[in-house]
Write a protein that binds this ligand. Structure first.
Ligand code: AMP
Ligand code: MG
Length: 493
């Protein structure tokens, strides 16, 4: 019996009915070569015992999972792309394949594809994903998970034997189909679509659906749309702060790329920061730096404003504005929490912590030290002083901005001093994911089909995740009573 007893199918999206999706089929691919299988999350979802042929049957040929959606659904949505409204979006190269409960924390999760073929929303494009695109998304999700960012997971990557032409990659180039495990594929743009089409009943239905399945603690609120917006505002603010602490630039913060659970997903031209630079931009087509590192907090807020506008037919504008006003405070609180966490230090209260975060930025800017190396060297604060002195970057640890920061950090205790004993912290260099390294990892795959560098990198990323306490060392399903590592709903306060 390949499905483990804790596999819990719950295909609810189809209940929304007409107007929310189109029933579609997967493309038929000439080949199916499994390039990545997320053993840990497969195990957690009760799909860890599928053998290679069953894996391909479900995640390469998309035969339905037991008790799950009988046919894939391409979701309908609109969205603002670089601030221009596009009413022709929707799942153009992907679909919702299955829904299931996380047996550990009871979240409703989706298995959804990228690169599975054309749909009514492909707009003449091929519906495919390049292998390099899938390779990059797998690395991004693993690294973000290791850093404690709330992210979708790459569940499966199957090379399909097709060859694609892309103007922004050496072509022809190889293709793959990626399966993503995510906490909802309901996007800001899903609401924008119904508002734009003036389908107000569907808009209401989607709000109720979202609360029922993703925010059940709000179910008794009198003004559901405003309570829903407030929740999305808080979750998105928290997510954005976690990107800032991770030094992550998503690259394409369009409203169709933001989901209602504050989970980061859809990784195209993302980049990690080499060193602190608010203008650092990920996407080569982002001509004005709209989604640059330092602009992400404003971009997310702008997107939330569009979500609020789309909810106007259902709620009083003043109440929606009140919900939006949560953003600033939640973002500020989340910034200190995520940066203190990144430094491996115990929090001491928002105001004091904010001063430390400001001093951290001042030093990062003045020194232009490698972003990742700094957080690696000083994890746990002064406890790491001897280690930081041995760092290849130790010459940066001097000067006024450093002294100020060093004195301030002396007042903080490590969150978990034991984690510094982890093998990860015995290395001279941290495990990062800058663009040059991604290209260097890709070259042997492209040239000789050699995946060893990729495999080794994944192992290194997971070791980092273990050291930082975000990835469990033991991949086995720990049973229904184990605490979740991944997700804690925010409290409205
Ligand atoms: P993305 O940039 O991946 O968020 O995609 C934006 C929109 O373009 C979505 O509606 C996608 O489904 C669609 N899209 C992107 N690439 C393709 C493709 N190769 N074929 C069909 N649709 C695509
Ligand atoms: Mg997208």
């Amino acid at each position: 019996m390949p499905f483990q007893p804790h596999y819990t199918p719950e295909p609810v999206f189809s209940r929304l009915g007409e107007g929310f999706y189109d029933v579609v089929q997967s493309a038929e691919f000439p080949e199916h070569i499994v390039r990545f299988k997320n053993e840990r999350w497969a195990e957690r979802m009760g799909l860890g015992e599928l053998d290679e042929s069953a894996w391909i049957q479900h995640f390469g040929r998309f035969e339905p999972l037991d008790g799950n959606l009988p046919q894939p659904l391409a979701l309908r949505y609109h969205g603002h792309q670089f601030r221009n409204y596009n009413p022709n979006l929707g799942d153009g190269r992907g679909f919702l394949f299955a829904q299931l409960r996380d047996p550990l924390d009871q979240r409703l999760l989706d298995l959804a594809t990228k690169g599975s073929g054309q749909t009514p929303w492909s707009r003449g494009a091929d519906g495919r994903l390049t292998l390099k695109g899938g390779f990059r998304e797998a690395l991004a999700t693993e690294m973000l998970e290791a850093l404690g960012v709330y992210t979708s997971k790459t569940f499966s990557l199957v090379e399909t034997g097709e060859s694609l032409t892309r103007y922004d990659e050496p072509s022809p180039t190889r293709a793959c189909v990626l399966v993503r495990l995510g906490h909802s594929h309901v996007r800001f743009g899903s609401f924008q679509r119904h508002a734009y089409l003036e389908h107000h009943e569907r808009l209401r239905q989607l709000v109720e659906f979202s609360v029922e399945h993703y925010m059940p603690h709000l179910q008794d609120e009198k003004d559901l749309p405003s309570a829903f917006l407030r929740e999305v505002v808080m979750r998105s603010a928290d997510l954005c702060a976690s990107w800032m602490a991770a030094g992550f630039v998503h690259g394409v913060l369009n409203t169709d790329n933001m989901n209602i659970c504050g989970e980061s997903f859809d990784y195209g031209p993302y980049r990690f920061l080499p060193h602190y630079d608010p203008h650092f931009t990920a996407a080569y087509f982002d001509d004005y730096g709209l989604y640059a590192y330092g602009r992400q907090p404003v971009a997310v807020f702008w997107n939330l404003q569009q979500l609020a506008l789309s909810l106007q037919p259902l709620a009083d504008s003043a109440d929606l504005v009140k919900a939006l006003q949560f953003y600033e405070d939640v973002f500020a609180q989340a910034m200190t929490r995520h940066f203190l966490h990144r430094l491996g230090l115990l929090e001491q209260g928002h105001k004091k912590d904010m001063d430390l975060v400001s001093a951290t930025f001042a030093f990062l800017e003045a020194s232009q030290i490698e972003f990742e190396q700094f957080f690696f060297d000083w994890y746990g604060g002064h406890t790491s002083e001897a280690r930081a002195k041995e760092s290849p970057m130790s010459s940066k640890y001097r000067g006024e901005a450093f002294q100020l920061w060093f004195e301030m950090v002396g007042e903080y205790l490590p969150k978990d001093a034991k984690s510094l004993e982890h093998a990860y912290f015995q290395r001279p260099r941290p495990c990062g994911l800058l663009i040059d390294e991604i290209e260097a990892l890709w070259a042997p795959v492209a040239q000789e089909d050699d995946w060893t560098g990729f495999q080794e990198k994944l192992a290194a990323i997971r070791e980092k995740g273990e050291a930082l306490g975000h990835v469990a060392a033991d991949a086995r399903y720990p049973g229904p009573h184990a605490a979740s590592l991944a997700y804690e709903p925010l409290n409205a306060s």
